[in-house]
Design a protein around this ligand. Sequence first.
Ligand code: 13P
Length: 262
Amino acid sequence: MRKTLIVGNWKMHLSTHEASLLAHRLNDHIEAHQDVEVVLAPSVLSLQPLSVQIDRRKFRLAAQNANEHDQGAYTGEVSFTMLHDLVHYVIIGHSERRLYFNEGLETVRDKVAACVRNKITPILCVGETHVERKAGETNQVLHDQVSTALMHLTSRDVQDMVIAYEPVWAISTFGGELAKPADVEAALKRIRLELRELYGDKVADSVRIIYGGSVDDQVAAGYLAVPGCDGLLPGSASLNYHKFSAIVAAAHRQHKQSRESA
Ligand code: 13P
């Protein structure tokens, strides 16, 4: 069974002091689990202090974005090369970046390539908008986003990466309609099929595909039970240590149950 991944996307919230306090609280409420990997994605400013503070048996770090160039005259940007020593993961192609910062398919593709080149694991976010869903274009959007993003990658590059299905309409920022587990199951299947067609069974079965969109402690177990769901990417709920640690506990319980029933 693939290790379950729970990634808290703190978005543009919390000062470094507040981030440190939240990490401290999470440390008190979350136990280290062999089967569950917990990742914190704070603002870029908090990565350095948290990298010193966190217990690495419990937590890993992710950046929320980086620039596709390794270095150069790109005022205000941070590159994957600079993040290499600090993070295990970088979130790429989040819908807020695609929509607010006009990141298109090619930019996302170049960022994924830069991430892999700098030996960081990408968490590639994909997902359709409300309008695309209503027009029945979900599968086409997933195909376009997955196939373009992976365009320059080998099987070896892809096998360890993470893909997050985050339907735009289900993210709290954009309305936060709760996705039905059946919708999530269909999309995750579609993404894995896409991987199977591009890279074959071994790679398709090793990539972790996770779900994000208004995930909190009340609905986490339901999504974790969706066949093929390897974890969750909560946003708002990850800022509340009670909710986030309850989500991690749900992932742990689910692993325990499936081990006992195996
Ligand atoms: P919410 O959990 O607040 O809907 O955010 C999801 C998200 O965008 C995580 O990347």
